[in-house]
Design a protein around this ligand. Structure first.
Ligand SMILES: Cc1ncc(COP(=O)(O)O)c(C=O)c1O
Length: 405
């Protein structure tokens, strides 16, 4: 019975493609096959169990009735917003225009509604997290990309300049979603030099019309290079302070607190406190989800007041960053042993192996019991769910598949 559905809503795939691949991997595993499932997008320990940060769960269990049951304010708890922003920029005294959202996804959706007209396109990197395209499509918008630098390559400034100017000419405004540092799906961050080049291009195009830079900070706590992440945050803060480009952040408790299912995050513009911007965000909240869950907001406030819990959380982040780093290093070593190039992970849950015909390679890898996510640029490999010990099997299977005509 699809007659009731309007025609444009009748032919979507039954399942999200990544979840479908994951389900296929799990079915084959349940049937007794030895499966290497690198499609998972959540952090798993060495026995394949979901990692849940103990420091966070202890705080969660301590929440009282009034920290869970009442409605939160429509735009979110101001103290929560300030605390979340200050986790990224401790020097800031206020969150600026901000509201709580259901995860980073909610923040991304809200940015579309408020900074682009239907029919216009956002700009992001290629490759990008697949649901970016879904979010754009759901809002009647398109998505244009400019290339993320390849391993050891500089940013393609000409391509970025072209994309920025093309969009500015066509639609008179630009919204850029930038998942840096700790990019999903490459696992690499912009170098300081590339970041400076990109910010300068944004500065230049902002002379032609309004530009919004939304930083998608989904994975900052999981990195091989915490100092480089700090430096990136400082660069973006300095850029936001200039005030030429509206700089905001999509913040999330999903990965940082392993509270994926609590659906909590925020969109914040720490360097802009204009009432019109705040009112627009609040209106979007009311007209979309009304208000967000109170419990995760209460949890962050407890964390803010608990130095011991903060220290434990930092230690847990360091531990799991080291685990991810060891997995990435094992994968690089295994790829090199098979005559392929290393991927140089810096942060986040994924790396991407560049290949021609990723769909076909993905299918042939599945025949070997190895599950990856095909992207236009290559194969996404979730090191978040793959043990270091599985790296040789992965590299050998990939080598076999690529060697076959
Ligand atoms: C790059 C990126 N941005 C945003 C998100 C949004 O996650 P959530 O809505 O759970 O915060 C994800 C989740 O996987 C992601 O990978």
């Amino acid at each position: 019975m699809t007659a009731q559905l309007i025609p444009t809503r009748r032919s979507f795939p039954a399942d999200d493609p990544i979840f479908a691949l994951n389900a296929e991997a799990n079915t084959r595993k349940a049937a007794g096959e030895s499966v290497l499932n690198a499609t998972v997008g959540a952090l798993l320990d060495e026995s394949g169990q979901l990692v849940v940060l103990d420091s966070v769960m202890e705080l969660w269990r301590g929440l009282g009735t009034m920290e869970v049951a009442p409605y939160a304010p429509i735009a979110g708890d101001p103290a929560f917003l300030k605390a979340l922003v200050r986790r990224h920029w401790p020097q800031l005294a206020a969150a600026g225009a901000a509201c709580t959202t259901p995860g980073g996804s909610g923040a991304l959706a809200l940015s579309l509604r408020n900074f682009l007209e239907p029919g216009q396109s956002l700009l992001t990197t290629a490759p990008f997290w697949g649901p970016y395209a879904t979010l754009a499509a759901e809002n009647g918008m398109g998505l244009v990309t400019a290339p993320w630098p390849g391993v050891g390559e500089p940013l393609n400034a000409a391509a970025w300049d072209g994309a920025l100017r093309h969009l500015m000419t066509r639609q008179g405004r630009v919204l850029l979603w930038l998942n840096d540092p700790c990019h999903n799906p490459t696992g690499r961050s912009l170098s300081a030099a590339d970041r400076a080049v990109l910010l300068d291009l944004l500065r230049q195009v902002s002379a032609l019309g309004p530009v919004t830079l939304l930083l998608d900070f989904a994975y900052l706590d999981y990195t091989r290079e915490p100092e480089a992440v700090e430096a990136a945050l400082r660069d973006y803060a300095a850029f936001g302070t200039e005030g030429r480009v509206l700089v905001g952040a999509s913040l999330s408790l999903s990965k940082s607190m392993t509270l994926y299912g609590a659906r909590c995050g925020a969109i914040a513009f720490p360097w802009c406190a204009e009432p019109a911007l705040q009112a627009a965000l609040t209106q979007s909240c009311r007209g979309t989800w009304s208000n967000c869950a109170k419990a995760p907001q209460s949890l962050l406030l407890r964390l803010e007041q608990d130095g011991k819990a903060q220290a434990r959380l930092t230690a847990e982040h360091r531990h799991w960053s080291e685990v991810l780093s060891a997995r990435a290093q094992a994968l690089d070593a295994a790829l090199v042993a098979e005559g392929m190039k290393p991927l140089h992970w810096q942060g986040g849950f994924f790396v991407t192996v560049a290949t021609a015909e990723p769909e076909a390679v993905c299918v042939r890898l599945k025949a070997e019991g190895v599950f990856t996510v095909p992207l236009p640029e290559g194969l996404r490999v979730g090191i978040c769910g793959m043990r270091a010990a599985d790296a040789p099997r992965f590299a050998q299977a990939l080598h076999r598949v690529l060697a076959r005509p």
